[in-house]
Design a protein around this ligand. Structure first.
Ligand code: ATP
Ligand code: MG
Length: 397
């Protein structure tokens, strides 16, 4: 008997006018991710069906578990829409299942099929009771729930149900620029932004020779993990050394981080405009460190009018760690290479910075020129799910 993967969209179906766009984007994303497998994907307004090769099922399901926009999915038997065939196949399927109680749930999308859903349930139930020994109906808490979806031409029978990742298909929102450091928080922030359908570029600020190539490669490895959930991520590597050294020369130590982050945000905004991105995304979490108190955030955020999305702003560190483990970035994030923030952290960073003081410090050097020069020297690397990128990491050196 042929099996197919039956995909339910969930939250997508609430997007009335935009629904076609959401479903089409999901379809394209699934098609892209499954292109190396022998599949045929059929898109319908409320369902998607993937015909597959049984030998590839496990890998295909693993891939599907990384695609946003899928609410639930089932591995279903596909049978001709014919009452006697349906009855026969249901019995065949249930003979391989281990259960004492069951319930039948029918959904009839093919209104030309002569038997209504509510009549089909007892009809099939009776057939099961008659043929399979020692089983009983339990409509409240059955061991086994048998689903039958009656559709034109073919019907689908399944007893399993798997949760997809949920969220919206990546690409249903415009691009966002993720500030990706080597820490635990920013990859999780990137994952959560992808979950809302935002397509991502990543930006990494490095301060060679104060930071190492290993630190950069760690960020690229994190981007690669995020690519599991999207098709590609362009990583912009910003040479930040000169700006940082200038800040440390011109600013009093307590304000170094505040000024540094204002510079980062300015560069982020410029890059966003260049990439037609509509938001800056980062891993800031309220109160986590001095630069992430609400007072600090307000003073840092003052340099841009672009939306700054902070997906982990209200999560505890332990909640962020749990997510980092689930998306497999945690083990990379805890590798010991320091990034530019950790190296320059002063002993007593200001937790309640004044905007006037920031503006005063920033008058001491020509930061606009420094930013222009820095933008000219940015290197980019495209991390794609289709090709190996190690070689390219080397070419960047
Ligand atoms: P941790 O997980 O240890 O907190 P972190 O990466 O979150 O590490 P923070 O100092 O808390 O480090 O920085 C807050 C946010 O600012 C990061 O989540 C990230 O989005 C951004 N950021 C910090 N440093 C960099 C950097 N070198 N390059 C790009 N983004 C950075
Ligand atoms: Mg952090």
């Amino acid at each position: 008997m042929e099996r197919v993967i039956l995909i339910k969209y969930g939250e997508l179906t609430t997007k009335k006018g935009n629904r076609n766009f959401f479903v089409k984007t999901l379809y394209e994303n699934i098609r892209h991710k499954l292109q190396k497998y022998h599949v045929n994907i059929v898109k319908e307004p409320a369902r998607m069906f993937i015909e597959f090769d049984e030998s590839e099922l496990e890998e295909i399901l693993e891939t599907i578990n990384h695609i946003f926009g899928i609410h639930m999915y089932h591995v279903a038997y596909k049978v001709p829409t014919d009452l006697s065939v349906i009855k026969e196949e249901v019995i065949k399927i249930l003979k391989n299942e281990n259960f004492k109680t069951f319930k039948v749930e029918t959904k009839r999308s093919d209104k030309s099929f002569p038997i209504k859903s509510l009549e089909m349930n007892p009809l099939l139930g009776g057939e099961i009771l008659k043929t399979i020994k020692d089983v009983a109906v339990d409509v409240h808490d059955p061991d086994l729930l048998l689903h039958l979806e009656i559709r034109p031409h073919f019907s689908y029978i399944y007893t399993n149900a798997y949760h997809g990742l949920g969220g919206y298909p990546v690409g249903t929102q415009p691009r966002g620029m993720l500030m990706l450091s080597g820490g635990i928080d920013s990859p999780v922030a990137g994952y959560l932004a992808l979950k809302r359908g935002i397509k991502l570029d990543a930006v990494y600020f490095e301060a060679i020779p104060h930071t190492s190539i290993e630190a950069r490669n760690k960020v690229l490895d994190l981007a690669k993990k995020l690519v599991n959930y999207t098709d590609e991520i362009v990583v912009h590597i910003v040479p930040f050394t000169k700006i940082q050294e200038t800040i440390y020369k011109e600013s009093n130590p307590a304000y170094c981080i505040t000024i540094m982050r204002r510079m980062m945000y300015r560069i982020m905004e410029r890059l966003a405009l260049k990439r037609k991105a509509k938001a800056i995304i980062n891993g800031e979490s309220i109160g986590q460190v001095a630069s992430q108190t609400l007072n600090s955030m307000a003073v840092i955020n003052e340099v841009t009018s672009m939306p700054v999305i902070r997906p982990v702003a209200c999560l505890d560190k332990l909640e962020i760690i749990e997510l980092a483990k689930a998306i497999d970035t945690y083990d990379i994030s805890i590798l010991p290479f320091e990034d530019c923030c950790t190296i320059f952290v002063p002993k007593h960073p200001v937790i309640n910075p004044s905007l006037e003081e920031c503006l005063k410090i920033e008058k001491r050097f020509d930061f606009k020129k420094l930013i222009d020069e820095t933008l000219d020297e940015i290197k980019t690397i495209k991390i794609s799910d289709l090709q190996e990128t190690e070689q390219k990491y080397q070419e960047l050196l």
